[in-house]
Design a protein around this ligand. Structure first.
Ligand SMILES: [Zn+2]
Length: 237
């Protein structure tokens, strides 16, 4: 999960949402209308076509973070998250909080790395045990989205991380200048904003770990590395 800063909606679309809210219109019957499709397009662009929860590519669904049964949340741009079909089906109709009212992590408003820990070895996402609050909010997030039961997702995330590390090793210990250049191009591809699973890469870059010395060596070889990721790898909140 990455925190996603969505730009404000154009005035006409914001007015459209306000009108639907005032009329208490149902979401589903209007989701295919032109303005609703433009709202969805803005969300898709802001999330770079990726699920806001699990970061799989080609996400297609407007998820209501707070379920649309809450009228105030139904037409609220701030409540929309782009989601894949799996995450959306797990969330659908459920309140995004535990019985004590502690909320799951919202990729539009929370710093995911305060609440979630990415395991580089397994690709698993687990609650961050920094405090009782981070543990509880991380736990409701991983439980509600079923992160602990989605083995294929974990494996994809782990493999993506290993590919990134593999590219970095070929850049800092190149077999040939040509291979280093090819590895850099592959790394650029892995780290574009549309690429999946950047939340784990962000943890790798921002939090000290066993690969930090490798990252420092990469920065010496490629001083342009930080500029490459600057537009999505924002500093920790
Ligand atoms: Zn998802």
């Amino acid at each position: 999960m990455l925190k996603v800063e969505c730009p404000p909606l154009p005035t006409n679309l914001r007015a459209y949402l306000d009108r639907q809210q005032a009329r208490a219109n149902p979401w589903k019957s209007l989701a295919g209308s032109k303005p609703a499709r433009e709202v969805k397009h803005a969300l898709v662009e802001a999330f770079h076509h990726k699920c806001g929860y699990c970061e799989r590519i080609e996400a297609q669904t407007v998820d209501h973070f707070v379920p649309q049964t809450d009228l105030q949340a139904r037409w609220d741009w701030e409540n929309f998250v782009l989601a894949c079909d799996v995450c959306q089906s797990k969330k659908l109709g459920r309140q995004p909080q535990d019985v004590q009212g502690r909320q799951m992590v919202n990729p539009r408003h929370d710093e995911p790395l305060h609440f979630l820990y990415f395991d580089f070895e397994t690709g698993a996402v687990t609650p961050m045990p920094t405090s009782e609050e981070t543990l509880a909010r991380g736990r409701i997030t991983t439980q509600l989205l079923g992160f602990d039961q989605r083995a294929a997702l974990q494996d994809e995330r782990r493999r993506r991380f290993l590919e990134v590390i593999g590219c970095i090793l070929r850049i800092v210990q190149p077999q040939s200048p040509q291979d280093a250049a090819i590895a850099w191009d592959q790394l650029v591809d892995h780290l574009k904003a549309e690429a999946p699973y950047l939340g784990m890469i962000r943890q790798f870059v921002l939090k000290p770990n066993r690969y930090t010395p490798l990252l420092e060596t990469l920065r010496e070889a490629r001083p342009d590395f930080d500029a490459l990721i600057a537009y999505w790898c924002l500093p920790l909140d």
